[in-house]
Design a protein around this ligand. Structure first.
Ligand SMILES: Nc1nc2c(ncn2[C@@H]2O[C@H](COP(=O)(O)OP(=O)(O)O)[C@@H](O)[C@H]2O)c(=O)[nH]1
Ligand SMILES: [Mg+2]
Ligand SMILES: [Zn+2]
Length: 300
């Protein structure tokens, strides 16, 4: 019994009840996590790059987790390069406030936001699109029906680990299917709120898209919501609205919160029209929602 077991590096592509499926490039290895990892309170997440011990027969154990770019709680996923946020101008119409919240969370997590104005075959909202373009965010119009925007989207995703999010019914699964037909994801489910638990899959899985991208389909906005609301989000909120950044130093008072403060350069830019009104309103609403966060955190 002197045989030395081999170590390999791989990507966690699926997690199911205490087992992690790790793609080493050569094979898919079903792993448990070493006690050492668990006692250190580190659980591998889908998207993690890990060092594993190969035990033969497609089995192994995760030895250590390589440093992460970011991690999310719900869905449990790490190293998301890009958050693809879908919006729709037809039922269910996306509330710009939800979009802005998702964008802020993406920025907080060092994750590139990409906004897809989806179902563009049915309806477009050029004004909203322009609001985001003006903010310096990546935007595109997509349709799973006509295929519009798919090629541009493929190019934007290339080489990245992407999470698709957006309100239930906005078309996430349909868009993923349009990008990669063999995925055959279920589409057209009714409200996530009603269906939760019944239709929501329990495990998190990364899909390989043809364009050398990995993607994860998330159940809806709720998934990236609540849990990610943190004190850090509150403290860094102004800079998470990227078009505010160049203005922040120009406010009259250095501690300006960019609300009703006198001489606020951000608000003045909104009044001049160089910052979208809806973006500014979302900022103010988020700020007021986060105001009592400290107390909220203690309560929970
Ligand atoms: N017109 C139109 N309908 C779409 C498009 N993409 C999805 N849908 C429809 O929108 C509904 C919800 O789609 P689904 O992919 O299940 O949304 P999800 O909940 O975000 O995954 C389904 O009835 C789809 O057929 C699109 O590009 N254009
Ligand atoms: Mg879906
Ligand atoms: Zn200000």
């Amino acid at each position: 019994m002197t045989e030395k077991t081999a170590l390999a590096e791989g990507l966690v592509v699926k997690a199911v009840r205490g087992l992690w499926y790790v793609d080493t490039g050569d094979e898919l290895v079903c792993c448990s996590a070493r006690g050492k990892l668990r006692s250190g309170n580190m659980t591998p997440l889908v998207g993690d790059r890990v060092i594993l011990q190969l035990l033969g027969g497609g089995k192994g154990s995760v030895e250590s987790i390589l440093p992460r770019r970011n991690d999310f709680i719900r869905p449990s996923v790490a190293n998301v390069d890009m958050l693809v946020i879908l919006a729709s101008a037809v039922m269910p119409v996306t509330d710009p406030y939800l979009l802005d919240k998702m964008i802020a969370i993406a920025e907080l997590k060092n994750c590139e936001p990409l906004i897809c104005f989806h179902k563009c075959d049915e309806k477009r909202d050029p004004q909203l699109l322009e609001t985001y373009r003006m903010a310096g965010l990546a935007v595109m119009e997509t349709s799973a029906v006509t295929g519009e925007g798919l090629e541009a989207l493929r190019q934007a995703l290339e080489g990245k680990l992407c999470a698709f999010t957006g309100n239930s019914g906005v078309g996430k699964s349909s868009l993923l299917n349009a990008l990669e037909p063999r995925l055959m994801l279920e589409t057209g489910e009714i409200s996530d709120k009603l269906g939760r638990g019944r239709h929501t899959t329990r495990h998190v899985e990364l899909f390989r898209l043809g364009c050398d991208a990995m993607a994860i389909d998330t159940p809806g906005f709720s998934a990236f919501d609540g849990d990610e609301i943190s004190l850090e989000l509150k403290q860094r909120l102004p800079e998470l609205f990227r078009e505010f950044r160049p203005l922040i130093g120009s406010c009259r008072y250095p501690d300006c919160r960019h609300g009703k403060d006198a001489g606020c350069a951000v608000r003045e830019a909104m009044e001049r029209g160089t910052i979208g009104q809806s973006r500014y309103q979302s900022y103010c609403r988020l700020m007021s929602e986060l105001k009592d966060l400290k107390e909220w955190n203690i309560r929970n």
